[in-house]
Ligand binder design. Structure first.
Ligand code: HAM
Length: 448
């Protein structure tokens, strides 16, 4: 009896073998861009102690209260959570391995799956992927701007258009006290309309009401006092420093006083990059400062800041904007064979070619030559060669260019790798000529 089909969990996506090259490209660009700014990759576990997220992301946030995936080993007592974001693990790891006692600022980056039990929709998944950077130890507004520049540089490298940067400051615990008072007073007037969760938040953490997704709470939040009006002098000066530097570098931005971010650890600068290619889920990147988090998590006091880009959203924008991602090279040579002896020889030849760095294939299915050629066509082989008894005897075979149909006779034992190498060089030169124009290339050659 055929088994019942088990489908992937709702809100998850398979990245198929036909599309993984797009992910590899974007991830490579992300790590390379981060590298230009001195950020090195760090990898932390997909699950962590539940308390790590409660204490960092915050136990009154939607992410922790409503969206966590809890994990418990069948026989264990400990409660773990699948990471809903990358900052908590990075901070934990930096403290645990004494990284903050080394050269500062410490700059790390990561690419990680994240899990949030949200209602799935376009650009909002339950398993998604973040590329993020975190910097520790730097107080200066220059650090805020450097972090913003990493994201901006990545978007530019990928050719993204119309991405807007919105910034805000949500102050420090000093100015936050006054602000919380004002918020509590404001929302208390509407306590009969707030959702149950926000009613609880009213005394514990009124700022969280500002990013509640319930329609009534978000409507009420529109007229709530804004945090910018409550900044202390230190936070005001810092925010001015960020703006001045953004202007000096020529990075356009807008101040959006309604950005509060959905995670508890932020202080001072917060920012988001927005795209109008994403519909309702318009934020492709979110980040900011978290100057109290390291100490709160048991480390010596150290400022911190960072951002995370949602990779699914990034790819959606690229798709919407028609940005082409270079496809991987297709098979250079398919060696078809007729009969056992020829198949053995084909097997040997493709292995030799692979050691030389060429992508080559031979028949693994026991197909007829006609069917082998059909397969070679399907996988987009650039060249084919057929080996049979007569070719084995003469040591020569016809190398066929599948695009032009041209054939050339070669000694396959002695000339194959060299011929493929010559073809590759010729193709690369022609591509260069296409890219730069024949004249430019000729003058480059002359200069050489
Ligand atoms: P976040 O704003 O919660 O920040 O998430 C960052 C980005 O992850 C979002 O802008 C979005 O692109 C993507 N994202 C979030 N949730 C989903 C989802 N359900 N489906 C698809 N994409 C999603 C953070 O996570 C912070 N840790 C960023 C940070 C790092 N702040 C400082 N350092």
């Amino acid at each position: 009896m055929a088994g019942k089909l088990i489908k992937a969990p709702r809100g998850t996506q398979d990245i198929l073998e036909t599309e993984s090259y797009q992910w590899q490209f974007v991830e490579r660009m992300a790590l390379e861009t981060a590298g230009l700014f001195g950020f090195s990759e760090m990898r932390t576990p997909v699950f962590e102690q539940m308390d790590l997220f409660k204490r960092s992301v915050g136990d009154t946030t939607d992410v922790v209260q409503k969206e966590m995936y809890e994990v418990r080993a069948e026989k264990g007592k400990d409660l773990y959570g699948l990471k809903p974001e990358g900052t908590a693990g990075a901070v934990r790891s930096a403290i645990e391995h004494n990284l903050l006692k080394g050269a500062l600022p410490l700059k790390v980056c990561y690419i990680t799956p994240c899990f949030r039990h949200e209602r799935p929709q376009a650009g909002r998944l339950r398993e998604f992927h973040q590329f993020g950077v975190e910097m520790f130890g730097a107080q200066s507004p220059s650090a805020d701007v450097e972090v913003i520049c990493v994201a901006r540089e990545l978007f530019q490298m990928l050719g993204l258009k119309d991405i807007t940067l919105n910034i805000n400051s949500i102050g420090c615990p000093t100015c936050r006290a006054e602000y919380h008072k004002a918020l509590t007073e404001y929302f208390r007037q509407y306590s009969d309309q707030l959702c149950g969760t926000c009613l609880e938040r009213l005394d514990k953490n009124p700022m969280r009401i500002l990013d509640c997704k319930s329609p009534v709470c978000s409507e009420l939040a529109k007229n709530a006092p804004v945090v910018l009006d409550y900044l202390c002098d230190d936070c005001k000066t810092h925010f001015e420093g960020v703006k001045t530097r953004l202007e000096a570098i020529g990075i356009p931005y807008q101040v959006d006083p309604t950005i509060v971010r959905g995670l508890d650890y932020y202080t001072k600068t917060v920012f988001e990059f927005i795209s109008n290619n994403l519909g309702a889920q318009s934020t492709v990147c979110g980040g900011g400062r978290y100057d109290g988090l390291v100490e709160q998590m048991g480390g010596d006091p150290a400022p911190g800041l960072g951002f995370a880009v949602g990779l699914e959203r990034l790819l959606l924008i690229m798709q919407a904007q028609g940005i082409e991602i270079p496809k991987p090279e297709s098979c250079e040579l398919f060696i078809a064979s007729m009969g056992e002896a020829a198949n053995i020889r084909a097997c040997k030849l493709v292995n030799e070619l692979r050691s030389e760095g060429f992508y080559a294939e031979c028949d693994l299915m026991g197909r007829s030559v006609k069917a082998q050629m059909k397969y070679a066509n399907k996988i987009g082989a650039k060249y084919t060669m057929v080996l049979g008894d007569s070719e084995l005897e003469s040591g020569t075979a016809k190398l066929k260019d599948m695009e032009s149909g041209e054939e050339r006779e070669i000694n396959f034992q002695q000339e194959l790798a060299q011929t493929l190498y010559d073809i590759t060089i010729q193709r690369a030169t022609e591509n260069l000529a296409d890219d730069f124009g024949g004249e430019a290339l000729a003058s480059m050659m002359e200069m050489k």
